[in-house]
Design a protein around this ligand. Structure first.
Ligand SMILES: CC(C)(COP(=O)(O)OP(=O)(O)OC[C@H]1O[C@@H](n2cnc3c(N)ncnc32)[C@H](O)[C@@H]1OP(=O)(O)O)[C@@H](O)C(=O)NCCC(=O)NCCS
Length: 379
């Protein structure tokens, strides 16, 4: 019997030019560029272009992509009406799954499976997912959704559509960094899901819906909301030690936002986000949540259990503090992850279409054989 690689650990399933995740040294590269340089300098749209084209855009190409995403971010009125009919307490990730599935109804190219159509649909999906996230947050608060503006970047548009006011620079710059950092990450669970669906010949909307579903879980994108709930539960930096003893040392729970399948060193994105979280917390005048997160990370990093297993904060740990300080609702954190990761999903979907073969692994059958059939009345 073939040996099972539980969780497909170490299994290589594709060649890609999107990103390199070096888990041993804690390095991340998108299309040849260090994540540190991109986080410092790049507009999210520049990263999107890089992931979809394998090179950075010039000024004209960047402006074309920025304006196309902004223009295409408008939602069909019928979709807004559908969103208004959803229960106001619905999980925003479930709303996003449903809304993205419905986007296909209003996309004239939804069943065109060519690479060219996938590229055009990727532009639309990138803009529309942002609009859905902002619109849903307003609709559930009984506020009218705000349409995207053609002159803004995606990060600015999100802040604008959420508040209905001229986008604040600090907030939109922080959202831009967040989007850049989360855009792509190798063969993670949601990206693999999107490739599996694409491998069957299904369309990009279906692949992205499936990816959103995979992202929802707390072992993947759901960890950012779960991390924030944990910080809120701890309540005060003075409670960290006791909380760690009661919940983590006792083996009852895991620290959300810590540990990674690939990184056995500090996730470089966590380092960048920590600095942003600290700066935002200090300028907001409330450092409590940052202090809790930092103290808990220090406690874990000096604990034998975490040291032995090489468990470090991942991207979701300090991003929770960044998003909370920007006053986003905790259950909106994972939809924001999707807003960014749609760039990486689309890049992988396009690569998969260009070099496709049905993804179909095997399982070892370990059940009984040669059982004798008996009718239900005799069982
Ligand atoms: C990310 C994650 C799912 C990776 O899982 P994985 O590669 O399958 O690793 P495992 O679940 O096999 O964990 C390896 C060991 O570390 C421990 N561990 C992993 N993450 C841990 C955490 N956050 N807190 C405490 N212990 C943890 C496991 O209990 C296991 O210990 P064991 O060898 O004694 O059984 C896991 O680290 C986790 O659950 N982290 C919290 C959720 C999270 O932040 N997810 C976002 C990832 S970007």
């Amino acid at each position: 019997m073939a040996e099972v690689q539980k969780g497909l650990e170490g299994v290589v399933v594709a060649d890609t030019i999107t990103s390199l995740v070096n888990g041993v040294e804690g390095k991340l590269i998108y299309g040849g560029y260090k994540i540190e340089d991109l986080a410092e300098n790049a507009l999210f749209e520049e990263v999107v272009y890089l992931l979809w084209n394998g090179r950075l855009p010039n000024t004209t190409e960047l402006e074309e992509l920025r304006s196309a995403i902004a223009r295409e971010a408008v939602l069909d009125e019928n979709l807004i009406t559908t969103l208004e009919g959803f229960p106001k307490d619905a999980n925003p990730m479930a709303v996003l799954e449903s809304a993205v599935a419905a986007l296909a109804f209003y996309d004239g190219e939804s069943e065109d499976l060519s690479v060219e159509a996938a590229r055009r649909k990727a532009v639309r999906l990138t803009g529309q997912i942002t609009t859905i996230c902002a619109a849903w947050d307003r609709i559930r608060k009984e506020q009218a959704p705000v349409a995207p503006r053609a002159d803004l970047t995606l990060a600015q548009n999100f802040v604008y559509m959420l508040s209905g006011e001229e986008p604040d620079k600090t907030a939109s710059d922080a959202i831009n960094v967040y989007l850049v950092l989360l855009a792509e990450h190798g063969m993670n669970a949601s990206t693999f899901t999107s490739r599996v669906v694409t491998g069957t010949g299904a369309d990009i909307h279906s692949a992205v819906v499936a990816a959103i579903a995979a992202l929802k879980g707390p072992s993947h994108g759901g960890a950012n909301s779960a991390a924030m709930k944990m910080f809120l539960e701890i309540e005060d930096p003075a409670n960290v030690e006791q909380w760690f003893q009661d919940n983590i040392k006792s083996g009852k729970r895991r620290i959300m936002g810590i540990g990674h399948r690939v990184y056995k060193a500090l996730d470089p994105r966590a380092d960048i986000l920590r600095k942003h979280a600290q700066a935002l917390a200090e300028s907001s005048g409330n450092t409590r949540w940052f202090e809790i997160a930092d103290k808990l990370a220090d406690t874990a990093l000096s604990d034998e259990y975490f040291i032995e297993r090489k468990l470090y904060p991942n991207v979701d740990y300090f991003s929770a503090i960044v998003l909370y300080t920007l006053k986003l609702d905790v259950d909106m954190f994972t939809p924001l992850f999707a807003m960014s990761r749609v760039a990486g999903w689309s890049a992988h979907i396009i690569e998969q279409i260009q070099n496709n073969r049905l993804i179909r692994p095997k399982a070892n059958y370990v059940g009984p054989q040669d059982l004798e059939w008996k009718p239900a009345s005799e069982r």
